[in-house]
Write a protein that binds this ligand. Sequence first.
Ligand code: SF4
Length: 641
Amino acid sequence: MNDQGFEKFCGKKIFPAFRKTPLPGGYMGKILRVNLTEGKLKDENLPETPILRQYIGGQGLAQYILMHELPPGTGPLDPGNPVIFMTGPLTGNGKTPASTIFMTTGLSNMTSSPNMTSGAVVSASAAGFFGTFLKFSGYDGIIITGVSKKPVYLWINNGKAELRDAGAIWGKDTHDTITAVQNEVGNPDARVACIGPAGESQIGYSMVVSDPHHSASHGGGSVMGSKKLKAVAVWGNKVVSVKNKEKLVEAGNQWRSKLKKVQYPQDKWTTGHAHHLKTIIYKNFQSTLFPGANKGFEKEEYTPRPCYECNRECPYDARITEGKHTGYVATLGAGSEQLEGVAFTLGVGGQDVHYLVEVMDRIGLDGSTFGCAAGVAFEAYDKGLLTSRQTDGMELKWGDADVVEKLLWKTARREGWLGGIVANGPKATAEAIGGDAKKWVVHVKGGAPALHDWRPYLSQMLGQITATGGGKPRFQGFELNPSPDFGYPEKTSSTSAEGKAKETQTGGDFREFTGAAGICWFGCRGGVFGHSIEALAAVTGWEDFSLEEARTVGERVWQMEHLFHLRYGWTPEEDLTNIGPRFLEPIPDGQFKGFTIARFLPGLVHDFHAACGWDIKSGKPYEETLKKFGLEEYAFMAHRG
Ligand code: SF4
């Protein structure tokens, strides 16, 4: 790879010994750097303020760090690939809702592609409490490199950081790990982000689980596992500084009063997003109709478990009241992707759904990717392409929750032939099974889409297809509940290609900005977005921060991510050809029967690339595109030799 341009960044001090510019409000001012190989920990000052204003925080700042520090040729599981935890300036301010986010960023080992020489950059977000308490402990973020000789966990106790032996915790599931670490540090209020058996096995789609209702689902777990880093625990009572408290409180009050709360219990009786989309994933996308999917949900007992100072109250506990797992309490997060991934697509409905989500969470596997990989295996078994000889005697019957649970554990441990292939993701599973399985698989660049049935929602679908693969998609349009104050183009029919390239691109700006600022997009939809701009201006002291600037930051971040992918060999064909065929088939039944994005390809993808300011043939950003976002000095990344 011709990556000579990188040399000019080597050794460039992005973390100043003494900051020359005043620290804006909202930042703690420090990053903790951990080298696990040497067992060394060191504080760094945050980059200077002009850089902070360009990248804000979250994955924006994390990618900026990666851009400067990731040596060419580094693979996802190499010691030099960091796992970066990063918050944003709004994280943990306590006055505004949805201000809870931390991101995990680094290279992922989930992506597979004929052209790419390394994993894609992933940024996975999680709400809850961990990000807030990371700031209360005195840090905006943590950069962790190297490999420890033995399992360890990192404990940051109110500004004092240390590595501790995790020998007794290694092997535990995520929820038991959280409790064990809290016990070890002697603080039940410590907040813990950790990996389960899946992360220890370095499975590309393993999650970082925290709190325990939350997970950075689309990346980071395997990188932590490769470093023998079991957990990061944080606690502190330091206060996030605010430049204009009065304005922040006002923005927070307005935002809170307009935020649409989850209605308990009735909202939890549904199939989640599938209910709103009016299409559900059933039996590996072979049907969009699953009448018994949520049978018995109305009999469960629900307890809201809201995130730090957020009145939307998405996370919850569900106590199972019938069947084999009666009495079990599942700790569930905000989204419903996991319901479709670990249950509906495998034909499992009823209260077992919540039990399986809990198992998956404890194991630390991302449900969307598991669902797409296991789905093709179940279909292959159903159609006689797999036999019980290859499944260690398991009968992969649709709807059998016990078998799904067994397969989850086998996958997490890479146990047996089937566990080993499902652990490598959907594309690899289909290729290992062979024959027609390759036609039945749903994947995007080897990984999985966020598992809802996006097929009749073109801007969402375009976002999934152009996603970076195995990582969280950056570009999602908002078909159902767009924030009207973010500047989306006028809404057109979800199945019309008109305006979709722009809508998808705008969705990317929204997602990247919210993650960078440290806010949860579930709490920024439906007309409250403007208050997040007011809040950011108030907390940082950047009084002239505008919607336009927010969108520019969002786009800068995904343009930078795109440069990474060019550096690792991405080509525009990836967005047209590296997709599982089932994802492009006409929808088999239901109200969208017969519809497919296939007839709009490649025009839609080309329109999208053009809207992004990239050359349609090479995918390289035009000079003016880079100039617009101040990224000219990184142009070398687009020019592989
Ligand atoms: S919107 Fe929901 S998931 Fe997001 S911070 Fe608030 S309660 Fe948590």
